[in-house]
Design a protein around this ligand. Structure first.
Ligand code: ADP
Ligand code: MG
Length: 243
């Protein structure tokens, strides 16, 4: 399990996350929902230190990092090893082939041999239905294919958690479906995930728990079924697209 405890973050004096505590259970999918600008990305990025809150802590089994204290290089390295982030715009290296995009970090960061990294990469590429495209460059793939490769790149690091920030919001609906199917599969296999999404059908289908935030404050933290079946008036408005 990963737990964030009493996270506070502000930008230029404006509070973006206000004393948020949330647990992300292992082997489960947690979906973060909320209106645009509510602090979802900031919260997600706090987990792997892409964003550094002013106070609060992130806790892993046997490991606690207090954001208000200096975090050593060694600690931030081991923290980042536990998670892999998948971004909205996939961010593949344009000058590297699909295979090299996936194998570079396992070789340089995890010290895997080329043979070992390539074997794993090829298995992952096959798993997302893209076998045969290993030697292509990102520009030769559709957006949906690029996002599937960036999911492979995240998985290649053998992270405990995959963090996904609106993984399909830059994709056309038919390409979105391909990516969602892969995430659904990972979810069924018990991959620990934290996903920010605007796709309510998907959130309902895959998540074990929902965290709803608004203006940097946690409004809901609990069971997915309850969220959708017994919404508060505020959540009802959100679900009906009013805000
Ligand atoms: P969401 O992902 O829910 O749309 P964000 O976490 O991206 O929201 O942003 C929350 C708030 O913090 C927004 O008001 C946004 O403008 C502000 N914000 C985010 N990142 C920065 C930054 N690097 N500098 C200044 N303000 C930021
Ligand atoms: Mg965001």
């Amino acid at each position: 399990m990963i737990s964030l405890k009493h996270i506070n973050k502000s930008y230029e004096g404006k509070t973006v996350l206000n004393d948020i505590s949330v647990d992300f259970p292992a082997g489960k999918t947690t979906v973060i929902l909320g209106p645009s600008g509510s602090g979802k990305s900031t919260l997600l990025r706090s987990i792997d230190l892409l964003v550094r809150p002013e106070s609060g802590s992130v806790e892993f089994p046997n490991l606690t990092y207090d954001y208000s204290k200096p975090i050593s290089k060694k600690d931030s390295f081991s923290l980042r090893q536990k998670t892999s982030m998948v971004f909205q715009n996939w961010n593949l290296f344009p000058n590297l082939t699909v295979l090299k995009n996936i194998t570079t970090a396992p070789m340089t960061v995890l010290g895997q041999s080329k043979a070992e990294a390539e074997k794993h990469a090829k298995e992952l590429i096959k798993r997302v239905g893209l076998a045969g495209l290993e030697e292509r460059y990102p520009s030769q793939l559709s957006g949906g294919q690029q996002q599937r490769i960036s999911i492979c790149r995240a998985l290649a690091m053998n992270p405990e958690y995959i963090l996904l920030d609106e993984p399909t919001s830059a994709l056309d609906p038919e390409l979105e479906t391909q990516v969602l199917r892969i995430l659904e599969e990972l979810c069924k296999q018990g991959q620990s995930m934290v996903i920010v999404t605007h796709n309510m059908d998907f959130a309902r289908l895959v998540s074990d728990k929902i965290v709803f935030i608004e203006d940097g404050t946690k409004v809901y933290d609990g069971d997915t079924k309850d969220f959708f079946e017994n919404p508060t008036p505020r959540i009802k408005d959100f679900l009906s697209g009013i805000s």
